[in-house]
Design a protein around this ligand. Structure first.
Ligand SMILES: [Zn+2]
Length: 278
């Protein structure tokens, strides 16, 4: 059982417990297929979270549950999946960046384990904010908001976010858009209170360009590599099917560790016969 940085509400109670699925080919294939089929990145993340989570707050998660997860929870789960499925989780991940000073492309290798986490505040998932209109409550940004933003063409993103996250004003439902407008100062206050309440992962790193030595601030994408290239998995299936004559279904159901083990055995046998590697 793992503990989410934020968690979801069920009947007013905050639940942070979750459990990841056992990695196998079928899960990997589902992640790749949804990447191809989905229209927006946040929607794809929601679909992958449904696939990689066996349990969220004691139940198999539905789309609404993973949409209700705050942004840091979603990122954190993607990172836990990396660590859960990597053959050698202690090894660093490789990223590339283009130097802003000399344009050289260089590599850097953070470790997912080392990504710092700012915990959620006590009042999570709500932030209470004193506005020019009265005392208001907002909930922290979650997957549903990210999905909505990916579909909207409204230019005033800050206002759009505040309106979408608004829970109440002086204990009553919030006013309808355009009725009583939020001032710029209100928007500032909402933004900073939501930031204070939300958990946050430190995905921004200081790196140094090896060519010109200038310091570069880079952001790492927690969702990178969540879907492995399909040809890797298909090559595994092909190799195992040719050697053992197992069905595709049977191979997809093998736990990742067992699949890797059989591939190593095939490699070893081929090596002994002087036919090169798999
Ligand atoms: Zn440089």
């Amino acid at each position: 059982m793992m503990v989410l940085p934020g968690g979801i509400l069920r009947a007013g109670q905050r639940h942070q417990d979750c459990r990841l699925a056992a990695p196998n080919g079928r899960v990997a294939l589902a992640l790749t297929d949804s990447l191809v089929a989905t229209s927006s990145h946040p929607l794809w993340v929601s679909q992958t979270l449904v696939v990689i989570l066996d349990e969220l707050a004691g139940e198999a998660p539905c789309p609404a549950d993973v949409e209700a997860l705050c942004v840091a929870d979603r990122q954190w789960l993607a990172i836990q999946w990396h660590l859960h499925t990597a053959e050698q989780p202690e090894r660093p991940a490789w990223f590339s960046a283009d130097c802003q000073a000399c344009t050289a492309r260089y590599d850097f290798s953070p470790r997912w384990q080392d990504v710092p986490l700012k915990p959620a505040a006590e009042s999570y998932p709500y932030a209470d904010v004193k506005l020019s209109l009265g005392q208001a409550r907002f909930r922290v940004p979650n997957g549903l908001l990210q999905q909505q933003l990916a579909q909207t063409d409204r230019q005033d993103t800050r206002r759009c976010i505040a309106e979408a996250l608004w829970v109440s004003l002086d204990g009553q439902p919030p006013p309808v858009h355009g009725d009583r407008d939020l001032s710029e100062a209100d928007l500032d206050a909402i933004e900073s209170e939501l930031e204070a309440v939300s958990p946050e992962l430190g995905l921004t790193l200081a790196t140094r360009c090896p060519e010109c030595g200038s310091e570069q601030v880079v952001t790492i994408d927690p969702y990178s590599g969540l879907a492995s290239p399909p040809h890797d998995l298909l090559a595994d299936i092909h190799c195992l099917a040719s050697h053992y004559h197992w069905s595709e279904d049977a191979i997809l159901d093998l736990p990742d560790s067992r699949r890797r083990h059989y591939l190593k055995l095939i490699d070893r046998d081929l090596g002994q016969h002087g036919q090169g590697g798999h």
